[in-house]
Write a protein that binds this ligand. Structure first.
Ligand SMILES: CC(C)(COP(=O)(O)OP(=O)(O)OC[C@H]1O[C@@H](n2cnc3c(N)ncnc32)[C@H](O)[C@@H]1OP(=O)(O)O)[C@@H](O)C(=O)NCCC(=O)NCCS
Length: 128
């Protein structure tokens, strides 16, 4: 039987709820939210501060959507909402070149690729 593509979600039903008990590198500045679709908790999104030789200390976003909710456009809205709610002017995203879903979702959320030959992964940036 052919797999039916899941319907995109209604973005007005998506909310971010700030998480408690953060497990982040920089406890003072890192942020963490649960992603809710209506009443259902469908994933998590983090902005943590990481250090590397090109970007120095920089905010980096990471997201995990529960498997059964992937591919329904939650990623693109959640990336954008977390960046907007973070109060930061610039947020980076690092991912493997093979993670097409993550790259596509970030593009739709307004991230642009940062090109630097030193990077082994894809690096993208969202700017307010
Ligand atoms: C990566 C992730 C956040 C993306 O969120 P999502 O809600 O599933 O993504 P979206 O539905 O917004 O967009 C995914 C897009 O990529 C496309 N896509 C997914 N897998 C693909 C593949 N292997 N090849 C080509 N396109 C692909 C989808 O078709 C969709 O595009 P569309 O515009 O045609 O609908 C989510 O799948 C996830 O949590 N994955 C596991 C954890 C992870 O990888 N986190 C990111 C670490 S940086």
């Amino acid at each position: 039987m052919q797999k039916v593509k899941a319907e995109p979600i209604d973005p007005s039903k998506l909310t971010l709820k700030a998480g408690q008990g953060q497990n982040l590198h920089d406890h003072n500045r890192g942020k963490y939210w649960h992603i809710h679709l209506g009443d259902v908790r469908v994933g998590k999104i983090y902005i943590d501060f990481l250090e590397n030789e090109v970007l120095g200390n920089h905010p980096s976003i990471d997201i995990f959507i529960n498997k059964e909710y992937q591919g329904r456009h939650i990623g693109r809205y959640a990336y954008n909402m977390a960046c907007e709610q973070s109060g930061l002017n610039r947020v980076y995203m690092h991912t493997r070149k093979s993670n097409i879903a993550s790259i596509r979702a970030a593009e739709e959320a307004g991230f642009k690729e940062v090109v630097d030959k030193v990077f082994r992964q894809v690096v993208m940036v969202w700017e307010k």
